[in-house]
Write a protein that binds this ligand. Structure first.
Ligand SMILES: *Cc1c(COP(=O)(O)O)cnc(C)c1O
Length: 822
């Protein structure tokens, strides 16, 4: 909106050290009202952030103006989670200002590393899905894709994890306690979000049946924007997070009755919608508040997108050419009925043209095949909260049933394919809704996309063969190499230049140096320095010493039975038993490091954390073994902790039950930082093996097909236990309280699940091949030149796993958007 304020500003964008330093001082005094006597680390950090923001604003405005002038097709990325972590380094690197800022900061007598650590992680996600969204934002900006990320500005992100007496204890994540200087509130970007109420039908003037959604409760969605700069290309995109507010004033009835406090308190209830991130990873819990959150995100984001569209276009049929909406998992799939509702009830389109627009605009990414993760909302719950949407979903379902009746699907198939299940307590299947309503449906690795078509969505793959595609996940090389591992990034740039940062395929050229002694030695030295830095951090934070010359064997990810942290602890116990049996055993010193959060309600996962800590307690305090073997669980896994641990890893544990890890992205981060992988043929591990070659990765365990066959023939974990003496000893120890003398029965739920409840995740089935593969790891590690050669080959072949490649694939296969080459 034009204003009378003259636009003749001197840009505050000096990119030199002096200008940067002076602006920090300016902000300290004139924005924060602090002097050198009373300013705190937070003030210094805050001043630096505002100095960086100043330098983003011109580019941000210019980018948005350019998109507008070019009438660019927009990509709308809808995600309930963004695990972005700290931003200071990332912003400075992408602006090309890291050295300038460091020098300016040192010039003020401050410590850059201290300031960096002052920032709180924005932990608005659980794990891989949220981190993927964050990597994609970085890549979309770097490729100049006109994208907006939409999400929710939770007051509380993923909980902080304490470990007390070996157990996980959750604490609220107070990330906004002192404000969040990377975001700007947009008071004019506020939309009404409706809930509850009922639908009414009436004939309009033209005799057309018209539906209204009336008597609704209303909540506001208020926009908070964070700039997302591309890598040194002048582009700045937006992450727009919605906060729930209420301005209906007060609850008038209570107010008039003089109940002032109640009137105000009810207000606050509306704001609960954006209060807290649900901490479950890959499990569906049908809570109403969660459905409210999902609709809140969808409704606010589509209103915003439609407003932007209508400012420049009046023909709604242009929507598919002007917008691509990507739903990160089923969570935002209400966007399908919501866009139908907007087009029909507000824009007065008929069903067919509206449906044509929707099905050429929406896209859905599937993230898991595990049945307990699939969202299926009870119709009773949904129709109460979203009566009009439920009506529309039923109509989508009815029409879809008619088409598949014609196309010859059997009755059984039709029942499986229905969006609204035909049962007593009917449910809305959000995956089926996504497939029927989307232009494209993608899985996140080749294996996962193939299995999707062969298993849960088999009928749909036959019905809509062209709809399904794959986009293998990726990671941004800016954060996951340049930022977290300056040593290795610098060495690579010295040898092949800096182009790898935006064209990760260029890393191929370091393969020429596998036989170069000085390069190999440098890679080794950098790894050792990273391990020492992690060891110092662990010592400082937790008072525990670890040997930087031991193998750093790391498993960091959410704690989940399918990820099989249990199997890695069982390997630790196996090594322990061998050392106790034979104190002179030639076992390479090894440090097993774990980190990860368990969902607060996931009792078994929490017991696994307790087991890791109990095993660590015994092993680390046993003088017979503690020089050779250490086990440590580092609390409060986060993006920032990952950035410290991954560059220090020798061995990356990617040991999920085959078929259960859709892709994994942790696996990619480790390999890019020169760790070797021990893993199953699951998710993107398969593509990593293809890229690095089978000699440069340690693959073990059952394949998906073998697991299928074993389940068919009857899997017998108890027989495996009886026949493998080492395995039996490990299980017996866990069972008998060897690691929990104070509570000998403590771990019975674990041993029961393995021996008496079918060992669904096939830990026992894969144990022997895992332990034997670990022995091979050790043999190769002893040959350091050989190990380093393999590590370099891993680094050299990670080009495929850049999230830039993923985004190019989305642009080509799904969004139909041109990439602006930088
Ligand atoms: C990359 C990442 C993940 C995903 O790890 P996986 O091993 O793929 O499960 C989870 N959490 C954080 C903090 C990450 O950085």
């Amino acid at each position: 909106m034009p204003t009378d304020i003259p636009h003749d500003l001197q840009p505050r964008t000096g990119m030199d050290v002096d200008a940067f330093r002076e602006d920090i001082k300016q902000h300290l005094q004139y924005t924060l009202a602090k002097d050198q006597y009373v300013s705190t680390e937070w003030d210094h950090y805050h001043s630096v952030v505002m100095t960086v923001m100043d330098r983003l604003h011109d580019r941000w405005i210019d980018t948005q103006q350019r998109y507008y002038q070019q009438k660019a097709k927009r990509v709308y990325y809808l995600s309930m989670e963004y695990l972005i972590g700290r931003l200071l380094d990332n912003m400075l690197i992408n602006l090309g200002l890291q050295d300038v800022a460091a020098e300016a900061i040192e010039g003020l007598g401050l410590d850059y590393d201290v300031l960096r650590e002052t920032e709180v992680d924005a932990g608005l996600g659980n794990g891989g899905l949220g981190r993927l969204a964050a990597c994609f934002l970085d890549s979309m900006a770097t490729l100049g894709v006109p994208a907006i990320g939409y999400g929710i500005r939770y007051d509380y992100g993923i909980f902080d994890q304490d470990i007390v007496d070996g157990w996980q204890v959750e604490k609220p994540d107070l990330w906004l306690e002192y404000g969040y200087p990377w975001s700007i509130v947009r008071p004019r970007k506020k939309y009404k979000i409706q809930f509850y109420g009922e639908t009414t039908a009436s004939k309009d003037a033209r005799g057309r049946l018209h539906f209204d959604w009336v008597n609704t409760h209303k909540v506001n969605a208020l926009a908070y924007d964070t700039p997302i700069p591309g890598f040194q290309n002048g582009v700045v995109n937006t992450l727009r997070l919605w906060k729930a507010t209420s301005d209906e004033g007060f609850d008038l009835k209570s107010f008039n009755q003089g109940d002032y406090i109640d009137a105000v308190r009810n207000n606050l209830l509306e704001e609960n919608i954006s209060r807290v991130l649900y901490p479950n990873d890959k499990v569906f819990k049908g809570q109403e508040l969660r459905l409210k959150q999902e609709y809140f995100l969808v409704s606010a984001s589509l209103q915003d997108a439609m407003q932007r569209f209508k400012k420049q276009f009046d023909d709604l049929r242009k929507i598919p050419a002007q917008m691509a909406v990507q739903c990160n998992d089923t969570h935002p799939n209400l966007a399908i009925p919501e866009l139908m509702r907007v087009l029909m009830d507000e824009e007065e389109l008929e069903w067919e043209p509206a449906w044509d627009i929707v099905t050429r605009t929406m896209n859905y990414t599937n993230h898991t095949l595990m049945p307990e993760a699939l969202e299926q909302w009870p119709v009773s719950l949904m129709s109460n909260l979203l009566p009009r949407h439920t009506q529309i979903i039923r109509e989508i379902d009815r029409r879809f049933l008619n088409t598949i009746r014609v196309s010859g699907r059997t009755r059984e198939q039709r029942e499986r394919m229905r969006i609204v299940s035909n049962e007593m307590n009917a449910r809305v299947r959000m995956g089926n809704l996504g497939i029927v309503g989307a232009k494209k449906v993608n899985g996140v690795s080749q294996l996962h996309s193939d299995l999707m078509k062969k298993t849960i969505f088999k009928d749909f793959a036959q019905e809509f063969p062209g709809k399904f595609t794959n986009v293998t996940n990726g990671i941004t090389p800016r954060r996951w190499l340049r930022q977290c591992n300056r040593g290795l990034a610098g060495l690579i740039s010295d040898r092949i230049g800096e182009e790898w940062m935006t064209h990760l395929d260029q890393l191929k050229r370091v393969q020429d140096f596998t036989e170069d002694d000085s390069f190999r030695e440098s890679v080794q030295q950098i790894k050792l320095a990273n391990k020492k830095r992690l060891a110092d951090y662990v010592k400082r934070q937790h008072g525990v010493g670890i040997n930087p010359h031991s193998i750093f064997d790391i498993q960091i990810k959410r704690i989940h039975e399918y990820k099989r942290q249990l199997m890695a602890v069982m390997h630790a116990v196996t090594l322990y038993n061998r050392l106790k049996e034979n104190p002179g055993a030639d076992i390479e010193p090894r440090t097993l490091l774990f980190a990860g959060k368990a969902a607060p309600g996931y009792t078994m996962a929490k017991l696994h954390i307790k087991l890791i800590n109990s095993v660590a307690e015994i092993i680390n305090n046993d003088p017979d073994v503690s020089d050779t073997l250490r086990v440590l669980f580092l609390p409060d896994y986060s993006v920032s902790l990952a950035e410290k641990m991954i560059p220090a890893a020798d061995l990356s544990e990617q040991i999920s039950t085959a078929g259960m890890e859709a892709s994994g992205t942790g696996n990619m981060k480790f390999a890019l930082n020169g760790a070797l992988t021990i893993g199953t043929l699951d998710g993107a591990n398969i593509e990593i093996r293809e890229q690095v070659g089978p000699d440069n990765i340690f693959i073990f365990g059952f394949t998906v097909d073998e697991i299928d066959a074993i389940r068919q023939n009857g899997y017998e974990p108890k027989a495996i236990y009886e026949e493998d003496q080492e395995l039996k000893q490990v299980i017996d120890q866990i069972h008998s309280g060897y690691f929990s003398p104070e509570a000998p029965n403590l771990f019975h739920p674990i041993t029961n699940a393995l021996l008496n409840e079918g060992d669904y995740f096939m830990v026992l089935g894969d144990y022997r091949s895992y332990v034997d593969k670990q022995a091979e790891v050790e043999r190769v590690y002893k040959q350091q030149p050989e190990w380093t050669r393999k590590a370099i080959i891993n680094i050299a072949n990670m080009g495929h796993f850049s999230s830039d490649r993923s985004i190019r694939d989305y642009c080509e296969r799904i969004w139909d958007v041109e990439v602006r080459e930088g």
